[in-house]
Design a protein around this ligand. Sequence first.
Ligand code: ADP
Length: 409
Amino acid sequence: MKRKFVAFLTTIFALAATCLIIIQYYQTQRTATLSDNMFNISVNNAMDDVIIQLRNPEPSSGAERGINFQLLDSLITQELIVNGVDLSPEVGIMSPDLGEVLYCSAPGKERRMVNSPYKYSVEAHTGSPVEYYIVLFFSSAALFLQANAHIYMVMSTFLIIIILLLFIISMRIIANQRKVDEMKTDFINNMTHEIKTPIATIGLACEMLSDPSVNSDSSTRSNFVNIINDENRRMRVLIETILQNAKMSNKNFNISPKEIDLNNIINETVKSFALTLKNRNGSITADLKADPALLYADELHITNMIYNLVDNAIKYSPNEPTIHITTLNEGDFVVLKIKDNGIGISKEDQKHIFEKFYRVSTGNVHNVKGFGIGLNYVSQVVTLHHGKISLQSELGQGTTFSISIPQNA
Ligand code: ADP
């Protein structure tokens, strides 16, 4: 999906959701007002009936002249139910001048009675002076529940929030998916380039070697043989990394551990990179202090891991690369450090470089071709050996990768 189209969809959705919330709000307000009015009418009707019965008490109704508070409470509740109000309010009696609360069904809440809007005057006969006022008090929670509209509003707001959250999550999934797609396209482009270049170089070197005039000069010949060796090793590491990475994506992937000496593997690596570094006026040194450096590990993966780190250290050191490898023992762990004097990695990029296909943006940092799977492979190898990987890096100063692997894993 195109970026602009996603932005367009997001804007339309945000506008639609905002309109929906506003319409919903006004609609609910209207319904709540209607519902409040209906409620007031029902309470007034019920109280009209109560007052009629108080003026003309029937022997069977239980309402008699003079106030029997208990009977008054039950009469009010009964009339409210008849009029569709399923709530039991607190009941009070106030003096004819509304100055004094004479009775309150909930002692201590007299002040609420004074402020209640539900006040009904009771006279002995129509037109005669007010004998007393009946006051009803509904708790605000009960009133809220009575006006169902408020519940609908809370529910619909809740649903709109859920829909909004789902929309945001979907958009993030789409954005991530697009990022992975872009990374995969980059990966294929880079792979084509990375494999084509050494093949072309090897082809050219072979052509030169087959030329009798070149072949007769031993130093030129050894130069071309070195080029072929270099390119061949580079391609082998690349292909090995791609294949192993694909294999590791399989959940059932297992390593084949055996006893190996890490120092020996490093010595081999140093030897194999020495010439490349000499050609670039660089150097590779090793200070192998780990004793013993024995690990129960997969030789192929550990070798590939070290090759990848050294290869990166050279690739990302544009000037004369100075690579230093150290091993040491720390408790039950063998620690391996690979230090370079290259371009370094910013703090922000350090958070992502172990992710599959992640490459530091080539814009202003480097223009070295790569796949973005080397460090992901390295971190998977470390995890498979129950180890830990970390790095220290400063832009423009260089990078040190540290790996510690338990000896008894
Ligand atoms: P690739 O080298 O193929 O791009 P990697 O997974 O090996 O992929 O590395 C990921 C990114 O980490 C690289 O694109 C590079 O920007 C950065 N990086 C790795 N090693 C170093 C290093 N030694 N110095 C500076 N940057 C590095």
